[in-house]
Design a protein around this ligand. Structure first.
Ligand code: SAJ
Length: 451
């Protein structure tokens, strides 16, 4: 009987027959797994692997984080982790020798961009070298870090080859792009579908069977590792360009006096072929503002110029400064200069209700406010250690203006009477999360992004 992956896609055997076939050759017994990088991607994956009965090591360079994890606590404020980490026997360590015992190693290290927005694959290369130096023969190596199409074939596999290791013989190599969505109450590592690509059909099947043993959601086998690499870049570039689309509309509608949020809500009544995105003070995080650059730079080396992706990045990167321009225009209406005016910046995190500063637009807004001579007092309840004010009241006291830079629930329910009592004259709502009419009822001037 032909194994499932050898059959044309449409005629593949049902999963239960595949399992019977695979059980004859290699049962879905527990694997010894090493997850490299215990961040917001690696740690949930390590815990889930352990919950599903695998023997799991977590490899990280941060000893403090290792100690917290080995004490059964989570260094990351995520519900899935705080609920489950204490239930599993996860051995966190900084000693890469554990890899020598592992059937599977999974690389979950960051893939940031540098100040010129050029992809930094340094962490992926270092993790690969660590795996090579401690490889167990026949190990399945999986890269989950977000990488551009071609990285596995052009960077990862050549490192193994240089060490005299042949893919498909000494080890298997697969790519399963991470899809963790920080702060999401519904989708987490247990139930998000995944895609997998590999160099060989055996590597593909080994990786797919492993992920099917860990994740309670469909695992799609891609035609190649390059297609699997492209999936994550495409899904996040899709989001970036759609956000850029509404950000450009917001700038246009600010001049036309049209409420963009009302229009998007109206367009959303169309039951097909429309997917709402919303304008804001900018696009932050570890994925959306970063991933498109991976494709832009890699395609450039192959002679293709992603003009559209670059324009979208330019539009989204312009939003922090645009937000500060809106503040300047609105302060002018109440005859207040930017220079010397105290501004309460509410929110530092890039995303609602999480504590995460990566690529946060709030940090760019602070820089632009400083250039205009504003006195900025920051407050983020999720990042108190990074905030200038200890409380919201302290931030509002003495301030003439508010800029909402994160849509934390505490800001969405801002007590506007208190704001007025503190003498707030202007609110620029960078997340369009306040009720304009309620703000104006208190005699406070309101300006949103595109409304
Ligand atoms: N943003 C907007 N307008 C929108 C949506 C987001 O301005 O309509 C801004 C946010 O304020 C934030 C940034 O974009 O600063 C990114 O927001 P995000 O909701 O995309 O959050 P992320 O960065 O956590 O993206 C993750 C991604 N998940 C993975 O890469 C695995 C992304 O693919 C998801 O679509 C996204 O979560 C999600 O849907 O929440």
């Amino acid at each position: 009987m032909l194994p499932r992956f050898a059959l044309p896609y449409k005629r593949r055997l049902p999963k239960f027959l595949v399992n019977i076939f695979c059980m004859q050759s290699k049962g879905p017994e527990a694997k010894t797994v090493c997850v490299i990088g215990l961040g917001y991607v690696g740690l949930p994956l390590a815990v889930q692997c352990a919950l599903k009965g695998h023997v799991v090591y977590g490899l990280d360079s941060d000893q403090a984080k290792i100690d917290v994890i080995n004490s059964g606590k989570s260094p990351i404020d995520e519900e899935f982790l705080t609920e489950n980490l204490g239930k599993v026997k996860l051995q966190a360590t900084s000693n890469p020798a554990v890899l020598k015992e592992c059937d599977i190693s999974i690389i979950c290290v960051p893939t940031p961009v540098d100040e010129n927005f050029y992809p930094d694959l340094g962490p992926v290369k270092e993790a690969t070298k660590t795996v090579i130096a401690n490889l167990k023969k026949g190990q399945l190596v999986v890269v989950e870090s977000t990488i551009n199409p071609g990285v596995c074939e052009e960077i990862v596999e050549p490192l193994f080859k240089e060490a005299g290791l042949a893919v498909g013989q000494d080890y298997e190599l697969a790519h399963c792009p991470e899809r963790i969505n920080p702060g999401d109450p519904k989708w987490n590592v247990t139930n998000i579908p995944r895609v997998i690509g590999s160099f060989t059909s055996r590597g593909l099947e080994e990786a797919a069977l492993f992920y099917e043993s860990v994740i309670d959601a469909p695992i799609m086998r891609m035609k190649s590792i390059r297609e699997a690499e492209a999936v994550k870049i495409v899904e996040n570039s899709f989001r970036d360009v759609n956000i850029a689309f509404v950000n450009e509309l917001a700038k246009s509608f600010d001049k036309l006096g049209i409420d963009i949020v009302d229009v998007i809500r109206g367009a959303s009544t169309k039951p097909f072929a429309f997917m709402p995105h919303f304008p804001s003070r900018g696009v932050g995080g570890h994925c959306i503002p970063v991933d498109p650059y991976y494709l832009i730079e890699r395609a450039k080396t192959s002679g293709f110029d992603h003009e559209f992706l670059k324009i979208a990045r330019k539009v989204n990167n312009s939003m922090p400064e645009y937000t500060v321009e809106l503040l300047q225009d609105t302060l002018n209406k109440v005859k207040l200069p930017m220079n010397g005016t105290r501004v309460a910046l509410l929110g530092l995190s890039y995303k609602d209700n999480v504590a995460d500063l990566r690529e946060s637009p709030a940090l760019k807004i602070i820089k632009h406010l400083g250039r205009h001579g504003c006195e900025v007092i920051t407050f983020d309840p999720y990042l108190l250690e990074k905030s200038a004010a200890r409380t919201l009241d302290e931030a509002l006291s003495g301030s003439a203006a508010i800029v909402v830079a994160t849509g934390h629930k505490q800001f969405r329910t801002l007590d506007l009477d208190t704001a007025r009592k503190h003498g707030i004259k202007v609110i620029v709502d960078g997340l369009n999360c306040l009720d304009r009419a309620e703000v104006e009822k208190r005699g406070i001037l309101y300006k949103g992004i595109g409304r």
